[in-house]
Design a protein around this ligand. Structure first.
Ligand SMILES: *[C@@H]1O[C@H](CO)[C@@H](O)[C@H](O)[C@H]1NC(C)=O
Ligand SMILES: *[C@@H]1O[C@H](CO)[C@@H](O)[C@H](O)[C@H]1NC(C)=O
Ligand SMILES: *[C@@H]1O[C@H](CO)[C@@H](O)[C@H](O)[C@H]1NC(C)=O
Ligand SMILES: *[C@@H]1O[C@H](CO)[C@@H](O)[C@H](O)[C@H]1NC(C)=O
Ligand SMILES: *[C@@H]1O[C@H](CO)[C@@H](O)[C@H](O)[C@H]1NC(C)=O
Ligand SMILES: *[C@@H]1O[C@H](CO)[C@@H](O)[C@H](O)[C@H]1NC(C)=O
Ligand SMILES: *[C@@H]1O[C@H](CO)[C@@H](O)[C@H](O)[C@H]1NC(C)=O
Ligand SMILES: *[C@@H]1O[C@H](CO)[C@@H](O)[C@H](O)[C@H]1NC(C)=O
Length: 530
């Protein structure tokens, strides 16, 4: 308690990260209401199916920052913070924060303004960053066509602030997508007239104040495609921090336009669908994924600024489809070893398997915040590999990857100094070795190589080629041992030969890296996808 009071007395430093600085981040996404509460026990009930508030708070998050940092994440994305509609609707309660009432007020279910400031300060004290989710496209109401704004909506208390009522019925009609309303008769999302200079001026002043009041480092923007592209540049300039935005569409040209023309850095939804398909069973091949990575390169101005993810709050967890532990790890590894900024949705490390919203928003407290699990260590190793690569080479974050098909099911991702092998062979698939030629790796002859995931060591041959065995269908994330930094520093792994012998099947214990040492649905539409 004393420590917390002390924090509150310190000036809140504004880190205000740029897009450039965002490239180096490793982001943990949580649902504030479902992550941690200060007083609930691990058995506190939370009936996710009926979608109630379950008690998670900012104070709860502060108490679990070491859990997040110990996994190697340095940025925490929290749910929208503004006040939401109350009561229980036909779609449950507004526990996720996406049903805005008055954007000038906070959602007091998650704590007070001082609690949010304390979370920001606690993150900064650990060298971590705060990413806040924001919604400017709409507010929420329990009436559709009969919606009549009131003073409860703060600035947006009159009809002049809204686009006239109409449901979005045709997602190929961009005018509708931008001006008609999301939602349904249970929860309508009245569409703000962001084309109006009064509305955009309000939002520009609002984001500047929000970022300043809570020392926010980065913003995640909801429902980007439902607002005209012309809205975003002045809004982002006013925010003054780096951004990632939700443009929920699988088309690289459609999503890429938001980066090229509107300065939004979208989540990599174009890769998401081929990524899932590549690992959604042992029959998956890499053709579509490789093809799409090429399309992403040509459709975006900078693929290294996209948000890479496998799970989030809007899609069924990958684990709801796939139970093969090797396929799960391969699919997750992609976001950490490819061009995008990696995002991990909370609960992936706890093996959660929830299906479509609301089942994918489980309370994490039931997991007991286990830092000893295989998956927790797996994500720590991936983050350490990314950190080691960035430490060893400043161009790691800006260099675009090269994808090569090694066979139908085996994919090589070269993003120097990391070289990764992902495979859809599955846990009981073939174990024949992968041969990585020097032309792909750029590694010298007779050089020691470490696998970040097992800490096994290999040596390149006298021609620079590396033969590396695939064990239990697991991915390999390789880096020259001389560049691995603190990665695997306390591992006792021994060198293996270049002939494809296994590293004795042992798992090296994950290194200390950032660790605790510092102290510390559908492709389109889906009305309720917010
Ligand atoms: C959890 O604790 C909070 C108080 O911190 C309380 O408001 C909430 O009702 C509790 N939730 C459950 C599910 O017990
Ligand atoms: C697109 O939607 C708008 C608004 O509903 C409508 O006025 C327009 O006719 C539609 N355009 C096409 C091509 O359907
Ligand atoms: C993954 O496979 C399951 C069937 O096992 C299917 O229901 C699901 O739609 C697939 N997911 C995607 C995104 O293709
Ligand atoms: C790879 O998968 C695609 C579907 O994504 C299919 O059209 C193609 O035939 C497959 N190629 C091989 C070599 O299996
Ligand atoms: C991806 O595949 C399509 C055909 O399905 C092809 O037209 C396109 O050129 C390919 N793109 C890349 C970047 O390879
Ligand atoms: C592993 O091999 C490298 C050279 O290939 C060598 O420098 C290093 O000492 C070896 N380590 C062990 C533990 O044998
Ligand atoms: C990367 O550099 C930072 C800062 O020097 C250091 O704390 C961290 O341990 C390094 N990470 C790795 C994996 O070497
Ligand atoms: C390696 O370091 C980590 C973090 O410092 C520690 O938790 C782990 O027990 C160590 N492993 C070994 C084998 O010493």
């Amino acid at each position: 308690m004393l420590a917390l009071l002390h924090l509150l007395c310190l000036p809140l430093l504004s880190y205000a990260l740029s897009n450039d600085a965002m490239r180096q981040r490793r982001v943990y996404q949580l649902v504030t209401d479902r992550f941690a509460s200060p007083s609930n026990s691990s058995s506190a009930p939370c009936n996710v199916a009926s979608a109630p508030y379950c008690g998670g708070t900012y104070k709860g998050i502060v108490g679990k920052l070491d859990y997040i940092k110990g996994m190697g994440f340095d940025t925490v994305w929290i749910s929208p913070v503004v006040s939401n509609i109350g009561g229980t609707t036909g779609h449950g309660q507004a526990y996720h924060g996406y049903w805005t009432l008055d954007p000038a007020k906070l959602n007091d279910n998650f704590g007070t303004a001082d609690d949010l400031k304390a979370l920001s300060a606690a993150l900064h004290a650990k060298g971590m960053y705060l990413m806040v989710d924001i919604v400017v496209n709409h507010v929420a109401a329990t009436s559709g066509s009969s919606f009549s704004p009131s003073s409860s909506y703060g600035q947006f208390s009159t009809a002049a602030s809204y686009h006239p009522f109409c449901w979005i019925t045709d997602y190929t009609n961009q005018t509708q997508v931008e001006q008609c309303w999301l939602g349904d008769d249970q929860v309508a999302l009245p569409d703000l007239n962001t084309d109006s200079s009064t509305v955009s001026a309000y939002w520009n002043a609002w984001i500047k104040k929000l970022v300043s009041d809570y020392s926010i480092d980065l913003i995640r923007i909801d429902t980007v495609k439902h607002v005209a592209q012309s809205f975003w540049p002045s809004f982002l300039a006013s925010a003054g921090v780096g951004n990632v935005g939700e443009v929920l569409d699988g088309s690289p040209s459609y999503v890429g336009a938001y980066q090229k023309s509107a300065q939004i850095n979208p989540f990599n939804y174009p890769i998401y669908y081929p990524l899932v398909r590549a690992f959604n069973g042992t029959g998956g091949n890499m053709t579509e994924l490789i093809n799409m990575s090429g399309s992403v390169k040509s459709s975006f101005s900078d693929p290294t600024l996209l948000g890479g993810f496998l799970n989030n709050h809007d899609n069924p967890r990958f684990e709801s489809w796939v139970s093969d532990a090797a396929l799960i790890k391969n699919a997750h590894a992609y976001s950490f070893v490819s061009d995008s900024v990696p995002y991990l949705y909370y609960g992936s490390e706890a093996g959660f398997k929830g299906g479509a919203d609301p089942l994918n928003r489980e309370p994490l407290w039931t997991s007991n915040f286990n830092t000893g699990s295989d998956l927790y260590k797996f994500f720590a190793s991936l983050n350490a590999a990314r950190a080691a690569a960035g430490n060893a080479s400043t161009s790691f974050y800006t260099t675009q990857m090269t994808l090569t098909s090694l066979s139908a099911k085996d994919l090589l991702i070269a993003k120097g100094p990391l070289l990764s092998v992902l495979t859809s062979r599955g846990a009981s698939g073939a174990s024949n070795s992968i041969n990585i030629p020097q032309t792909s790796s750029g590694w010298g002859n007779n050089v020691a190589i470490t696998d970040a995931l097992t800490c096994a060591q290999f040596n390149t041959a006298s021609n620079g080629a590396l033969s590396v065995p695939i064990e239990g269908g697991m991915p390999r994330v390789l880096i020259e041992t001389s560049k691995r930094g603190s990665l695997c520093s306390n591992s006792t792994s021994t060198n293996t030969s270049t002939g494809g012998k296994s590293a004795a099947g042992r798992r090296g214990v994950v290194d200390g890296m950032l660790a605790l040492s510092a102290g510390a649905v559908a492709l389109l539409g889906g009305a309720m996808m917010l």
